[in-house]
Design a protein around this ligand. Structure first.
Ligand SMILES: [Fe+2]
Ligand SMILES: [Fe+2]
Length: 294
């Protein structure tokens, strides 16, 4: 007996091809991100080298300085140069600022299909990155930078899918009319793949490590990730960011939250509460100072 696969219409096949091409046509990973990752993972590199590298790129240097001087880092107006930031904030924080600055242009795009009319996706991504960073600090301190990066780009698949969501908006609305289907299911059903799958394809395209790629693929379903800790961390960070008021809950992360996430990560409810309040405070500062079209 042969298993009967639902056959795709020509239109669906065509759409799949277009989306695949859009992923392949995506520009390479911002060079600044690649270089900063190399520097951060090289035990011989120094804060001086990181600062030299950042200073060589005027646009990134200006963004890094602006962030270093925000109240978020507690250094309002005290940091005069990138080298100064390296001394005050340290090597790793400087690397984080550089990674945030490197993704800001791409992630700051408007996404009318998803209803992000200004920089909502960027604010949400910053909040998830902040939450993931705090969680990593508590349970996997050696993976802080990876957690931050994962948070920044976990929803990057929406960049690719947005024009198709916009084009098919009526089909999406009809699909979800009865209230029983999530937006994620609508993406999968109508476009063939959801934004988490597309995000993981972008990670592969950019040659990110496999563990990060899988974490992003399963950020809404970490139980399918075969125990990928980062997938659980991202899932919790997404939940905390939305709970703390970062943007409207299009992905319905409050509803599709997987039970057992905290248990898997060995995080207690009190920790979730304290992380939420830290994220809430940082979202406020981010919106005040970093939402800036950095
Ligand atoms: Fe998502
Ligand atoms: Fe998200």
């Amino acid at each position: 007996m042969t298993l009967h696969q639902p056959t795709e219409t020509l239109e669906q096949q065509d759409l799949k091809e277009k989306i695949k091409k859009a992923v392949n046509d995506l520009p390479p990973m911002p060079a600044v991100i690649l270089k900063i990752q190399q520097l951060l993972f090289d035990p011989n590199s120094t804060a001086q080298q990181v600062a030299d590298f950042i200073e060589a790129d005027q646009a990134i240097a200006a963004q890094v300085l602006k962030m270093a001087n925000s109240t978020y880092y507690g250094m309002s107006g005290k940091v005069s140069s990138v080298h100064h930031a390296a001394v005050i904030l340290g090597f790793k924080t400087l690397g984080e600022l550089c990674t945030i600055a490197g993704f800001s242009d791409l992630m700051g795009n408007k996404l009318p299909g998803y209803g992000y009319h200004s920089d909502e996706l960027w604010k949400h991504s910053l909040a998830v990155a902040g939450a993931a960073r705090i969680i990593a600090e508590k349970i996997y301190p050696q993976r802080i930078h990876e957690a931050l990066t994962a948070g920044l780009i976990h929803d990057i698949g929406k960049l690719i899918l947005d024009p198709y969501v916009l084009e098919q908006r009526e089909t999406f609305d009809a699909f979800m009319e009865d209230g029983n289907q999530t937006f994620l299911e609508a993406e999968k059903q109508i476009l063939g793949r959801d934004h988490a799958e597309i995000a993981s394809e972008i990670c592969t395209h950019w040659k990110f490590p496999e563990s990060l790629t899988l974490a992003i693929k399963y950020h809404h379903h970490p139980s399918l990730s075969h125990g990928n800790e980062m997938a659980f961390m991202l899932h919790l960070a997404d939940y905390i960011a939305v709970l703390s008021g970062s943007g409207y809950d299009l992905d319905e992360v409050l509803d599709i939250r997987e039970e057992g996430t905290e248990e898997f990560l060995d995080i207690h409810q009190n920790d979730v509460k304290s992380i939420s309040s830290e994220v809430l405070a940082s979202i406020f500062k981010i919106e005040e100072e970093l939402s800036i079209s950095i």
